[in-house]
Write a protein that binds this ligand. Sequence first.
Ligand SMILES: *[C@@H]1O[C@H](CO)[C@@H](O)[C@H](O)[C@H]1NC(C)=O
Length: 770
Amino acid sequence: MERASSFVVRITSSSTSSLFFREDRSLLPRPTHQRSALRVRRALLGNSLYRRLFFWALASIFLLGLALRFTEPRLLRERVHDLTEFHDNAKSREDGEIPTKVVTVLTAGTETPEVPAWSPDMLNWLQFRHLDGFFVGLKALVPHSEYRPEHPRAAGEESPYPFTISYTGLPTPTPFVPQPDYASAEYRSQYHEVKTCYLDKDRKTRVPDTYAYHGVVQGQSEPVIGSHSLLGLRDDVCFDRFGRYGPYGLGYSFDEGGVEVGIDTEKEGSEAVWSRTGKINYENMDWGDAQTRCFESNKKRFVDASASNEPTPAKSGTSSGRPGHKHKIPRTAVVIRSYTGYRWTHHALLNFRALISELALRSGAEYGVHFLLHVRDDNEAIWADPATGQRILNENMPREFHSLCTLWSEDQMRLVYPGHFGSSFSNPSGADIHGVYRSAHLPLQVFAMNHPEYEHFWNWELDMRFLGNYYELFDRLGAWGRQQSRVGAWERSAKYYIPRYHGSWDNFTQVVHDETVASGRPAVFGPVTFPGRVPLRSELGGQSFIPASCARRTERARCGVGEEADLITLNPLFDAEDSGWVFASDVTGYPTDQPPPPRRSAIITASRLSRRLLAAMHEETWRMHHAMFSEMFPAAVALHHGLKAVYAPHPVSLDREWDLHAVDAAFNGGRDGSAGGAGSPFDLRNEHNHKGTSWYYNSEFAGLLWRRWLGYAQYDGRGPGGGRDGAGTLRGGREDEQRADGTGRMCLRSMLVHPIKWELPAEVEGYYKG
Ligand SMILES: *[C@@H]1O[C@H](CO)[C@@H](O)[C@H](O)[C@H]1NC(C)=O
């Protein structure tokens, strides 16, 4: 951890001048940091008279708009959990009695989707009504065995609406611990002891638990794409905002060491999440320091990269079987891509506190978290002058994360990867080959080469959230990747898995196999050949990335089972050729008088890359001067050299009641039933299908759902023409969740959401103005 690196200025806590600690220059001043949309406006509004005038004008326009809105007839009728029968318990509460039993009948939505006449066939999701179950609250929690989803349902299966719920007060959340039971005899017989890590130097404050509710909210939709149970994610628990973030500072004041967001939302029963630890004071937290201490006390557990060149053993351990032999485990880095100018918010702060706590500290340093901070101004002397580095940190990163930061710039990439890169088949963005837009992987390659202590690297972004516990997500994705056979892996990974449509994973595997056979194309296995292919040095030396066991015919089907995946993506690894994806031909350095090399791509760069994949990409870059667009290069290099790559079908929700045939037609509409080639959902003309998903760069549903879950009222994105962003009726938020006849705050099963461009309603202005 303390290694000095030759290229990258790493600012550690010890090199940080104490001057900066004494100064109260927190990046997130009290009260809550708010975004200012335009620089010009800020200057103009410096004068308080102008400011008052401006806000009066703004308020008048708003009120006028509001008046107009209410004079119009309502476009759509009320839909969400319309309560037809309710025994008011407000009175008994006033009398000081605890409500004993409340019976509520929830009815289904009555929305009639409006399909505008002009709508071409391609917007066929307009015909499906919006789902309501996502927004039902905790009072409708039922055991998993009683749960019936609003969607998807098999043909003939009855709707869960209307349903009656009975409850005695609110349910109570319990600690949710997805890490192995480190104290168990079983764990200790196989692995070295795990030393508990603490937030503070004095080892007094333990890293808190996250809390979950046992059960699922009745009627809530099931994810349509991907699956909890397939990946080993719990599908019988749900998370509310307090169980998720309360332990890290949500829901309490600055004076108590919290971040003062969430206090103004509905919060009945939220105190439970602080019952064991109290409200933790994060005021002087130094996460890098905590992470380093955690690693130091657990060093013995891990493969020592500097001590041996032997390949690291699989975590699951095909052990030597010697009694008393303890496995050492490889470590994984989570590298969060930050950049100068990013406006930190308290919600973002909470999210990364959670990520570091759950992944690095509660795992006894199995994971290490780092911020890779892109310094966008190439003129900054980030390698020459520590004071410059410190100033950039002060201006761009919350102080508590400073000691986790590595700074880099595009000029640095030009220095590390010099020379001529040849011509590109196409360059739609017109951007520079060393630039972050086309080559976001370059600094990750450099980071990996400078951090031999890690075997795998998660590339992560600031506008992603996991509604759930990060350890559960990353651990289960890694374990699932390890279990996958290499046989048919590229073909399965090229297709969205829709469990209610395809059946079990075995069914899906069969479907893909049949489609591959029918296509007449050979399945990919091992390195691919193509004109202009240049072998890696290791390949020239006779080495292969294919495990030796794969050569034995009898074991062929199990080839790769137990082998760590070199690449795990969170969207399909689709064939970019003919796909209509804008950057499909942004391929540089290969002979342009030949067809472009075969390649795969996965939209959204969030993925796990192995050290050996990053090393191959590094060599492709510096030695062969090869490059491809950011979302394509890792997958294409893995394809070319026979590395193991998988798309992990994590749970993704849809906002509308899609017919499952339509889901398959839209999302697997490419060549041979895949997501690639002609008809791909990543074709610019088809990408609109993703707007109602919970995980896609242009999703509008992800942010809406996330903010409702955080407790803020949102326009429900409904209305003529699809509505979506900022359209429809304002729903949710405190009044709605507190209503005596309401169901309380939302509780959702774990899911990834992206993109989250803003969270607090006060930030919205800046977002809409870009
Ligand atoms: C899945 O496979 C089983 C066993 O082969 C079969 O009975 C079932 O019909 C298949 N389901 C689907 C949806 O294809």
